[in-house]
Design a protein around this ligand. Structure first.
Ligand SMILES: Nc1ncnc2c1ncn2[C@@H]1O[C@H](COP(=O)(O)OP(=O)(O)O)[C@@H](O)[C@H]1O
Ligand SMILES: [Mg+2]
Length: 231
C-alpha cells in the first residue's frame, strides 16, 4: 500500500537529507517529519561502543519511526495535512541493521538480527505504507564526510570513510530493492546542492510517471459535488 502525499528522503549520513526535508516541505506546503537526533538516547553511546549498543539503538529507532509513521499516515488520510516530507523513512532502518550484522565484527549478532527482522516484519511489513516517491540523494563519501565535519556533531567524530562506504553500498542495494517493490525512486546527484525549486520540478515530473501502485491511502477530499444542490 502507498500513501499519497508521502515523500521520503533517503541517503547516507551527511548528504543533506534534513536540510532538504525542511526546504522541500515548505515549498510543497507539506509537513516536514524530521529524524530525531538530540532525543535519541542511544546515539552517542552507539558511536562509542557499537557492539554494546547496536541492537538496542536499532530497536529504539524502529519504534520511534513507527510512531511517526502511523501518526502522519493517519493525518494524511484524515485530510488534516496535504502530505509530508520525511527525513529518512522507516524502510531505511533495515539498511543499518543489515550493515551492522554483516560487519566483520558482527556488531549485531545473527540472533539479534533475526529478532529485529521478525519485529520489522510484524510491525512494518504488515502495517505500514510505502512512500509515493522516494528521493535518493547521492554524493561521494568524501563529500559526506566533509559535511559531517562541517556540522560538527561531537558524537559523529568516530565515523570513518569505510563506515560511510559500507553504508553507501547498502543504500544502493536498498534503493534497487525498493524500486523492485514498485516504489518510484527519484535519484538526485547531491555532490553539489541544487536549488529547492529544481527538486520541486523533478518531484512534479516524477509524480506523473506511471507506477505499479495498486492500493492507496488517499486523503479525504471535499468533492465539488457536495456544494452543488442536486435536483
Ligand atoms: N542545500 C544545502 N545548502 C547548504 N548547506 C547544506 C545543504 N544541505 C546540507 N547542507 C549542510 O551539509 C551538512 C549535512 O546536512 P544535513 O541536512 O544535516 O545532512 P543529513 O540529514 O543527510 O545527515 C550540514 O552542515 C548542512 O548545513
Ligand atoms: Mg539529518
Amino acid at each position: 500500500m502507498f500513501a499519497e502525499g508521502y515523500i521520503g528522503i533517503a541517503g547516507i549520513i551527511g548528504v543533506g537529507k534534513s536540510t532538504l526535508t525542511v526546504e522541500l516541505a515548505k515549498a510543497l506546503n507539506f509537513e516536514p517529519v524530521l529524524e530525531e537526533v538530540s532525543g535519541n538516547p542511544y546515539l552517542s553511546k552507539f558511536y562509542e561502543d557499537m557492539k554494546g549498543y547496536g541492537t538496542m539503538m536499532q530497536i529504539w529507532l524502529l519504534n520511534h519511526r513507527f510512531r511517526q509513521h502511523r501518526e502522519f499516515v493517519a493525518r494524511i488520510s484524515l485530510g488534516k495535512i496535504n502530505g509530508v516530507v520525511q527525513d529518512r523513512t522507516i524502510w531505511e532502518d533495515t539498511i543499518f541493521a543489515r550493515m551492522l550484522n554483516q560487519h566483520p565484527e558482527k556488531v549485531i549478532s545473527d540472533l539479534d538480527y533475526n529478532t529485529y527482522l521478525d519485529l520489522f516484519d510484524n510491525m512494518v511489513l504488515r502495517e505500514l505504507v510505502f512512500p509515493q516517491l522516494l528521493i535518493f540523494l547521492d554524493c561521494s563519501v568524501e563529500t559526506a564526510m566533509k559535511r559531517i565535519k562541517m556540522r560538527g556533531r561531537e558524537m559523529e567524530k568516530t565515523i570513518t570513510l569505510d563506515y560511510l562506504k559500507s553504508l553507501q553500498d547498502n543504500y544502493y542495494q536498498f534503493v534497487e530493492e525498493m524500486e523492485t517493490a514498485g516504489v518510484r525512486i527519484l535519484r538526485i546527484d547531491w555532490e553539489t546542492f541544487k536549488p529547492t525549486k529544481e527538486v520541486v520540478r523533478l518531484v512534479n515530473e516524477y509524480s506523473l510517471k506511471p507506477s505499479s501502485f495498486t492500493k492507496w491511502v488517499r486523503p479525504l477530499r471535499k468533492s465539488p459535488e457536495e456544494k452543488v444542490v442536486k435536483v
